[in-house]
Design a protein around this ligand. Sequence first.
Ligand code: S3P
Length: 173
Amino acid sequence: MKKKIILIGMMGSGKTTIGKKLAKILNLDFIDTDKIIEKDCKIKINKIFEKFGESFFRKKEEKVVLKLLSKKKSSVMALGGGAFLNKKVQKKIIKENVSIWLDVSLEAIYKRCKGSNQRPLLNKKNNSNLKKTIKELMQIRKPIYSKAKFVIKTNKSATEVCKKILFSIKNII
Ligand code: S3P
């Protein structure tokens, strides 16, 4: 298999947890694009937003993700929630790789994100607006995420989600 398996979806949709598990099952490397950006910049994502702003982060994200996508080795990749909105990234993923959208309900995302202070797009609003903020982001992003090759509803355990993914991709890997 030469293709990469790219997990896309909202913050808190389980891309990292599921990605790690899937990579282990398939005996592939696991890559978390946010972790590479943090390593490159030597600071956490929320600090990048705080110090340099979102547009700086997006430019860095585009550069890092395109570079990772151009590597020959196959892997399982967890993409930061906004990276697939970038046209160049989107095009490359759709053309050359296997994209999987982890489609999680608003309620589940809200529950997973409400205690976190590591998510700059959600932290900048006060908590009473958190659900509304997530809902608005989801409304904008759903049509874009739905361009992924596979859509997996992930209200089940990570093991069940991995099984579903493996079943979906069995003919192309
Ligand atoms: C973002 C998601 C985050 C991170 C950054 C922006 C987004 O990654 O890249 O905070 O725009 O949805 P996760 O989806 O891994 O939380």
